[in-house]
Design a protein around this ligand. Structure first.
Ligand SMILES: [Zn+2]
Length: 305
């Protein structure tokens, strides 16, 4: 009987059920505002972290609604990883409701990713509401540009090490392993995209510019004449004319945007409308950082053959 009790006890210890949570090395609880950052925190944090995301990849991040479920996720978080550059400014509202001093702005556990990112499309004039959702700091959709992963993951390492200094080397090792893997993929992606270099592309919303620029493609226009506002008929007439003149073969559409409208423009111009993984989890199979980029490279390389 005693032996049995011992075995049962040992099993519980092995399962981690009897270790008092205060002394046990528990995983850092990290919450990311968007799934791209969740995936990268997982790559850097490995088994030292447990990561959740406040949004899903199929969502329009600009318009994420702050719900009680978000605050619940944030309540016990050790760290909040946010994109910044105004993409996920709603995180402030969620943090306000979470009542967790670990992650208020300025706290060690508040990790902003846009630090050090060379932002594109920084407006040269003063921004006001009449211009749509133009971001005063520049285009915030940089997370799926694999060329920026070194900066993004460095910010993650620095942020996590602020709250768990002993683990800095482990984070850095994980980061290096991830970047080495990404480098190998990048070589393959560059080869696949090489024939498409210089191709002109139209995007629905300006959230693919970093990706296109990385691979030498050119965004000639967006279907939206002002970001976040449905395109006007006059603008669409202009776009159709431009696409015909420039021989644009592809319109990239976010999973949350009006695909039918993009399809109509594509039919009119002989182009293809394609759903793009604008985030991790945005389309089937794009369930981590590398898989999402892989999906986009394959989709574009195939369409532009
Ligand atoms: Zn945007």
């Amino acid at each position: 009987m005693r032996r049995l009790t011992f075995i049962a006890g040992a099993t519980l210890v092995a399962l981690g059920l009897l270790i008092p949570s205060a002394q046990a090395a528990r995983k850092l609880r990290v919450v990311a505002t968007i799934p791209d950052l969740k995936s990268l925190v997982e790559a850097v944090g490995g088994d030292l972290v447990e990561v959740d995301s406040l949004t899903r990849g199929t969502q329009n991040f600009h318009e994420a609604e702050v719900r009680p479920s978000m605050m619940l996720k944030l309540r016990r978080a050790d760290a909040l990883v946010e994109n910044g550059a105004d993409l996920d400014a709603w995180a402030d509202v969620a943090v306000l409701g979470a009542n967790n001093s670990n992650i208020v702005r300025g706290a060690a556990g508040r990790i902003e990713i846009s630090r050090g990112i060379p932002l594109l499309e920084v407006p040269s004039v003063r921004v006001d509401r009449s211009m749509g959702d133009v971001h005063p700091l520049g285009n915030p959709h940089f997370s799926l540009d694999p060329g920026l992963a070194p900066i993004i993951t460095q910010n993650i390492v620095d942020g996590l090490a602020r709250i768990s200094a002993d683990d800095r080397q482990a984070f850095e090792r994980n980061r290096q392993a991830f970047l080495a893997r990404l480098d190998r993929e990048m070589e393959r992606w560059m080869k696949l995209m090489a024939p498409a270099r210089g191709a002109k592309v139209v995007a629905y919303h300006p959230d693919v510019i970093y990706f296109l620029t990385r691979f030498g493609l050119v965004q000639v226009a967006t279907l939206e004449d002002r970001p976040g506002i449905p395109p006007s008929p006059q603008h669409l007439v202009q776009i159709i004319r431009l696409m015909k003149a420039d021989g644009v073969k592809v319109i990239l559409v976010e999973p949350w945007n009006d695909f039918k409208l993009a399809q109509r423009v594509a039919d009119e111009t002989g182009a293809k409308a394609l759903v793009f993984a604008t985030a991790v989890g945005a389309v089937k199979g794009a369930d981590n950082y590398i898989a999402a980029i892989d999906h986009n490279v394959n989709t574009l390389a195939e369409a532009l053959k």
